[in-house]
Design a protein around this ligand. Sequence first.
Ligand code: WT7
Length: 661
Amino acid sequence: MAPSPNSQPAIESILQEQRLFEPPADFAKDAAVSGADQYQTLYDKAAADPAAFWAELAEQELHWFKKWDTVLDWQPPFAKWFVGGKLNISYNCLDRHLTTHRRDKPALVWEGEPGDSRTLTYAELHGEVCQMANVLKDMGVAKGDRVGIYMPMIPEAAIAMLACARIGAAHTVVFGGFSSEALRDRLNDAEAKVVITADGGFRKDKAMPLKPAVDQALAGDAVPSVTNVLVVQRTKQAVDWTDGRDVWWHDVKPEASNDCPAEPMDSEDLLFILYTSGTTGKPKGVVHTTGGYNLYTHTTFQWAFDIKEDDVYWCTADVGWITGHSYIVYGPLSNGATSVMYEGAPRASNPGCFWDVVQKYKVTIFYTAPTAIRAFLKMGDQHPNARDLSSLRILGTVGEPINPEAWMWYHNVIGGEKCPIIDTWWQTETGGFMITPLPGAIATKPGSATKPFPGILADIVDAEGNPVPANEGGYLVIKHPWPSMMRTVYGDDARFRRTYWEHIPPKDGNYVYFAGDGARKDEDGYFWIMGRTDDVLNVSGHRLGTMEIESALVSHPAVAEAAVVGRKDELKGEDVFAFVILEGTHTASDELKVELKQHVVKEIGAIARPGEIRFAAGLPKTRSGKIIRRFLRNLASGEELVGDATTMEDQSVLEKLRTDG
Ligand code: WT7
């Protein structure tokens, strides 16, 4: 079966893209990796012996309490990196900088939504992390325990992550936009002992409560593992309080010592679990461990952003996603960089908000998502043009394929035609950048993530695992383990094996990692990502499983059956489109549509709210009862049906689906 990417803005224009942007000469001159030849030498060296390549970097770049015995133990599909080594990522992100000039360098620079701000130096951040670590210890959190983090974008979110890592507790950050039901499922799956949250946060000019969702998630002992909730005060909204369980951070902080030695962790000890959507079933807990993740996020951050001592780096993601984990917190801090954190988000009421932050902090490296770029493009050039963006030297993008129009706008209007753009392809599962330009080395083509990072053996194959010729579409795979690869699905090795390693049948014991994306490689070896080949949607760079949304809809009493597909959207890339069949006694109405949309928000969160619901009498199915999603996608986009309808069980169904009812 050929991959049929279901989320792709402007495939045609990407296929015809011919423009090439060389790294600017004065940029390349000072870059850590400079020129195509240097990249190729590095790449070839790494490819010849990936384990030796990573071992050399691990020795040079990280602090180890004890050196490893074995670099890589690969028992497909299970990898262990730096086996026997002992380190602590919080030590590497904080303590080791304190004996250098970085002690008083800003580590986190935070811009709050209502205009408040805060800067924490490495010394200050270290102190607060130790304090929170000590509070967690007092709550009985020990090495190996799991802690849920459900926070707005405030410094305490990063502090909480580092505090967990410091004492060897694994964190599981749940994006603040997820509902109480989604939070409950994740806390239960991870069997979290403590939840760290806030009264609320500011979102798009409004104070949004968070603590009530935690209360609802835990109500009636629904998450029996949780014994305490640590609450940061942010919005000063009134909150309900459960004595004995809930603790205000500002009550315990003054008493907590700012000294807490970092626990020496085994390289393969669990660092965090992050839940993400897949094709089937409930979200899976992606497991990342300590040593390999630390090394890989450290190195990719350093080389892909060509980090210099005075850089001011800003990634606009939320810490609730992998981007925030790897490239707001761990990668930047491990390198001793200054990382900007912003509580706000693009919105029509403040069309210059991003550019104000760039100007205010003289941001030099800016990393955001295509959906945000498209939103700002639409709001007009006058907003960025009215700000001083001359501090910028590198731009980055992540989350979905970037359409060349948005790329060119980013290049011209934001980058002033002088900033290399790094289009970074990676996933929650990969932990860090897999395919990305190194900005001083690789010429860019608008819409292409360009070439694999040194040490990453990426390829495009057909369903049997055979490489496909240049410019032919196929499945994106990785052929050798890398340090920050996910180790398993939390509590479900079989699902890990099935989802990622057996989709492409292993040949002669050679397992390849299946990313779930369709892609092609051009004649220059550049990768062009075409989007997911599975039933995963990419809405504004957020990953959503169609099955999850269908289950949410079907849990409403009026719904008998539901099928969810993606529909192209100018701003979001893709939008959720749901076909719904009602239970016998219920009748279709606009009110019911609103109610069902709200129901999905309650079950999952606002990011999953269907853009459109269409009531249907039946769904197109094959004779064996499988929903033909291809037809539904065509219908959702108002396109002609692609493919053969004769395998369908009931031909009359399609006509009825074109309109409600
Ligand atoms: C999926 C992973 C990695 C952080 C954000 C999303 C898509 C991601 C790109 C890119 C084209 C991209 C892929 C991938 N994706 N970056 N630069 N170009 N597509 O993480 O939620 O795990 O989603 O996002 O489809 O599989 P995620």
